[in-house]
Design a protein around this ligand. Sequence first.
Ligand code: ME8
Length: 642
Amino acid sequence: MSKKYITTPIYYVNGEAHIGHAYTTFIADSLARYARLKGEKTFFLTGTDEHGQKIEESAKKNNKPTQEFADEISASFKNLWDAFEISYDKFIRTTDAEHKKGVQHAFIKMYEKGDIYKGEYEGHYCVSCEAFFPETQLIDGEFCPDCGRSTNIVKEESYFFKLSKYENALLKHYEQNPDFLMPKSRANEVINFVKGGLKDLSITRTSFTWGVPMPSELNDDKHVMYVWLDALLNYVTALGYGNDDAKMQDFWPADYHLVGKDILRFHAIYWPAFLMSLDLPLPKHIAAHGWWTRDGEKMSKSKGNVVLPKEVADAYGAENLRYFMLREVPFGQDGDFSQRAFIDRINSELSNDLGNLLNRIIGMSGKYSDFVIDSKDVAKYHQKELSAMNKVLDSLDIFMQNVQPHRYLEELWKLFAIGNGAIAEHEPWVKMKNNQKDEALATVALVANILAKAAVMLHAIMPKTTNTIANALDFTIDTASYNDLIVEKNILKVFNIKKVPPLFPRIEEPLMPEAPKAEPNPPKEEQKLQNSEDNLIEIGQFFETQLKVGTVVDAQEVPKSKKLLKLQVDLGEEQPRQIVAGIKEFYTPDDLLNTQVCVVANLKPAKLMGLMSAGMLLAAKDEDGLCLIRPEKPKKAGTPIG
Ligand code: ME8
C-alpha cells in the first residue's frame, strides 16, 4: 500500500495563529485527507516550535515562566486546529521529552560522524528569524536581510555543523531530483544560495538556556541547541527517531514538507544536509508557498490588521475560508486576503456554480420524480457530458500530487459547468411538458452523478460541506466510493434525494470590520525583503518613496561605533535632518562635509545606537566597497529625484 507523510512547519509559540499559518495547515490537511480518501496509509504532522531566544524573550515580555507561556500558546494553536477539524495524526511539541531525546540522539550521531566540531562564532544574529547572517549579507551593516530588523552581534563558543561539506551533495541532489523543490520556480533561489558557498553552521548557543540541552555524553552543559536544528528534527522525532523507530520504517522519508517561502532555505539546505549526515533518506518534496497580505498590506500586530482565522470562520464559515485560500492563490505566489475577493468567490463559485446546481437537482427531482432519481438512461442521452466529465476527473490527481490546489479546484469547477450546461441545453422542464420524461430524468440523473463525483473530489478541501452534499444525494464519501465513482468510473444507479438548506447563502456586505487604514509608508523594518521574481512593483509603488537631493552640512563620528556616521543633511526644509548612516568604513566626516547625497526622505524615523535617524542615503556596495550615489551636477537642496 502506498503511503504519504505530510507535515506543516511547527509554529513558533510567540503569538496567535493568523491566516498565514492557517493556509499552510489547510493545504497540508487537504493533502492528507486526499491521500486517506485514496486509501493511502497517511501520517499528518503538525505542532509547535517552542525553544530559542525569541520564545524566551516573548515569555519575559509577558511576565510568564517560559514553559507556562509555551504551554498556553501551544494549546491555542492546537485548539484552533481542532476547531477547524484539522485531521493531524500527531501534534508535536519541541518541549516533549521524546523529541528532546531524539534531538540529542541525532546530535551524537552527527558528532560521531565527524560533522560537528567546537569553535567560536562571531557574527550577527537575528532573533526574530532565529538565523545567523554573515556581515556581507546585512543591510547597512546591521539589519537582517530577511526581515529588516536590527541584528545582534554574537561572539560565543559554539559547536558547528560542517554544512560546507555537503555543498556538492546538495547541488547534486537538486539536479537529480527536479521535483524536490516545489514550485520549480523556487529552485533557482536555493541553488544559487548553495553555489554562493555554504559556511559551517553554528548549532549551539551559550548566551541563553531555553533550548534542548546538550547530550550528557558531551559533558558541556553550558550549551543549548540552536533552535532550527531542534525544530527541523521534529519531522523525524515525531516518528520515534531516537526512541522507538518503528514508525520511521513506515513513513520516512516525508512526502511533502509544506513551508512558507520565508523558511525554504532552512528546509531545502540545512535539513537535507542534517539528514545526509544522519544517513537518512531525504524528503521527496519541499513545497513552499507565498506570503499572505491583507488588502495589499503586510499583516502586523502594530498595524492591527492581522486576519485571525477564527474570526473569519465565525463570519464566513471555516470551509469557505479553506476553499477561498486554496483557490485564490497560485501555489507559490503571494496572495491577498480581501473581503471583497472572498465574497465574490463565495457568491459566484460556491453559491452560483455549486450551490445552485444542487438546489436545482433537489427541486427538479422533487417535482418530476418524487425525490427518486434513476440513472438508467444517462448513458443513452448523455455520452458527450459523461466523457467530458471523465476527462475532467482524470485530469485532477496530478494537481494534488504537484501541490497545485488552485489548479485542482479550477479544473474541478469545470464539472459544474458541464452540469449547468447540460441543464441549459436539455431543458428538462420542456421535456417534461413534451412527454419526454425519460430524457428529462436522464438529465437530472446526469447532474446528480456529476455532483456526487465532484463532492468526492472536493471532500479533501471541504469535508463537511461535501458530506452534506453526499447526504442530500444519499451516498457516503469514503475510499470505497472514491474507488467506485472515480477509479472505476461507475455512476450511482439510484438517488433518494433529501432536502438540505442552501449550502452557500449569498453574501451582500462584508461580514467583518474592515482593516484599519494602512499607514502610507510601512516602516522599513517591517517590510519583508524577498529576492524573488514575483516582486515586481507598479510605478506608483516606486513613487511612494520620496527621494531627494540633500547637502551634508555637518558630519560627525558616532562614538564607539565602527560603522556609523551622524550627518545633518539639508533637504530644503526648515531644519537639516539628522541621518545616521553605516558608511564610516568608507568615508570620513571630512569627505562628506558640504557634498551632496541622495536621500530617502520619507522613511519612518528609526533609532540607531540611541540616535534618531530620519532618512537613508542611497549607496551601492560590492566586494570593492561602498560608494554613495550623488547627483552628477550640484542641485538645490531638497530637489526631488525620480
Ligand atoms: O518559521 N503568509 O514558525 P512561524 C503566509 N518555527 N504564510 C505565513 C505567513 C503569512 N503572512 N506568516 C506565517 C517558523 N506564515 C518556524 C518553523 S519548521 C521546522 C520551523 C506561515 O510560526 C509560513 O508557512 O514563524 C511560515 O513558514 C510558517 O507560518 C511558520 O511560521
